[in-house]
Design a protein around this ligand. Sequence first.
Ligand SMILES: *[C@@H]1O[C@H](CO)[C@@H](O)[C@H](O)[C@H]1NC(C)=O
Ligand SMILES: *[C@@H]1O[C@H](CO)[C@@H](O)[C@H](O)[C@H]1NC(C)=O
Ligand SMILES: *[C@@H]1O[C@H](CO)[C@@H](O)[C@H](O)[C@H]1NC(C)=O
Ligand SMILES: *[C@@H]1O[C@H](CO)[C@@H](O)[C@H](O)[C@H]1NC(C)=O
Ligand SMILES: *[C@@H]1O[C@H](CO)[C@@H](O)[C@H](O)[C@H]1NC(C)=O
Length: 411
Amino acid sequence: MILKVVVSLLVVLLMSGYILSLNNGLARTPPMGWMQWERFRCETNCTADPDNCIGENLFKQIADVMVSDDYKDAGYQYVSIDDCWMLPERGPDGRLTPDPARFPNGMKALADYLHLKGLKLGIYADMGLFTCKKYPGSKFYLELDADTFASWGVDMLKLDCCENGGIEDLNTGYQVMGLFLNLTQRPILYSCSWPACAGSKSNYKVIAQHCNMWRNYNDLRDDWGYVYAAIDFYGNNTANFQQVAGPGGWNDPDQLVVGDFGLSYDQEKSQFGMWCMMASPLFMSVDLRNIRPKSKELLLNKKLLRIHQDELGVQAYRTSKHDGLEVWLKPLHGQYFINGSYALAVLQYYNYGGPLKYSTTLMDLGLNNTQGYQVTEAFDGINMGKFLPADTLEFLVDPTGIYIVTIIPKF
Ligand SMILES: *[C@@H]1O[C@H](CO)[C@@H](O)[C@H](O)[C@H]1NC(C)=O
Ligand SMILES: *[C@@H]1O[C@H](CO)[C@@H](O)[C@H](O)[C@H]1NC(C)=O
Ligand SMILES: *[C@@H]1O[C@H](CO)[C@@H](O)[C@H](O)[C@H]1NC(C)=O
Ligand SMILES: *[C@@H]1O[C@H](CO)[C@@H](O)[C@H](O)[C@H]1NC(C)=O
Ligand SMILES: *[C@@H]1O[C@H](CO)[C@@H](O)[C@H](O)[C@H]1NC(C)=O
């Protein structure tokens, strides 16, 4: 009943042209932060694992490291709680309640703690009857939950889609929650798992009008097979979902596993490099208290982050894939790149053998500025020299590895 009223309200608003695209001022460049899920999952027993259980200590310690170890300065801003923060039942007032054993000071205090450090708090809920780990879902409580989150000072909501009631409920639930978040008058970055559950039924144009980021494809795991499958899914660009990404709304291939256990250094560079190319939200899911120096250096790589944060906000597109190599181009035009600049990434998708040679002229990439281009290897900033359109650019790419260059026109 309530839902019906809300849907009519939404229809009126849509018809009046009120909601043309999500306009909450957030995520003008792809958002960056840290997220619990891939690495810390759902440990709720703080006696058994006090350092890693889902509770305020974990989030505070991660926040402390984000400030002391330069992640915040590099742009990582959100500290995002995932599933398993709640008590198994709503409170007597119907509101979601953080488990007081694990969040003894409550969510408002945690938000205050993060805000004092210049960070932002992300929280998790589910549009269905239950969350994925069977905590209370937000179906029938969307307005109350939006109000609760705003009253705590939450800055981001990841709304999951377990126990969803099918495509109609998905389409309605995400739009209605977007409306209720807006009505709280608090800017709350809205992360929707909508297409991850709607799959091939996803209407990306509608999704982009209501969400700041939207998860598509599988939950990522600490494994190259999962990382590459997500890259390949983006390369295929089914349903043209790349076309709807841009300032205010982004495709989300899920968290970074850089610094965890499953990837080689080459593969970490490939994930980080491709997530930057694809203008994907960068949410690290790693124990920042204890991370290998090389992985940390990668996550803080300013040259890659400039590509990621480029104001033009175009998601890279795959121009070819054959014989082990795939080629991606991302047009750039922001503070650090003049109009006509590109980032070029070449990824070796073979997971056997040795380095493969990639060779091209810039003309073959459609780059034909007669004054030529400055080409620079992106990770280490190695100057590769000036290239005229007909000159041949060559480099080697390791198995499951990546090579990225920036190509900047000269005048
Ligand atoms: C939590 O872990 C402790 C120590 O391993 C154990 O004794 C206790 O039974 C666990 N509590 C629950 C609720 O599982
Ligand atoms: C709510 O939506 C209106 C219209 O799109 C927008 O101007 C406003 O900034 C939004 N407010 C919040 C808090 O999201
Ligand atoms: C991408 O498309 C190719 C060719 O249609 C297909 O074999 C592959 O499974 C697709 N990849 C993903 C991740 O969907
Ligand atoms: C960039 O340059 C191209 C070609 O000169 C032009 O068509 C386009 O409008 C420019 N884009 C911006 C954002 O200035
Ligand atoms: C340069 O490339 C663009 C895009 O491929 C093409 O439209 C244009 O005609 C080319 N210009 C020259 C001088 O070849």
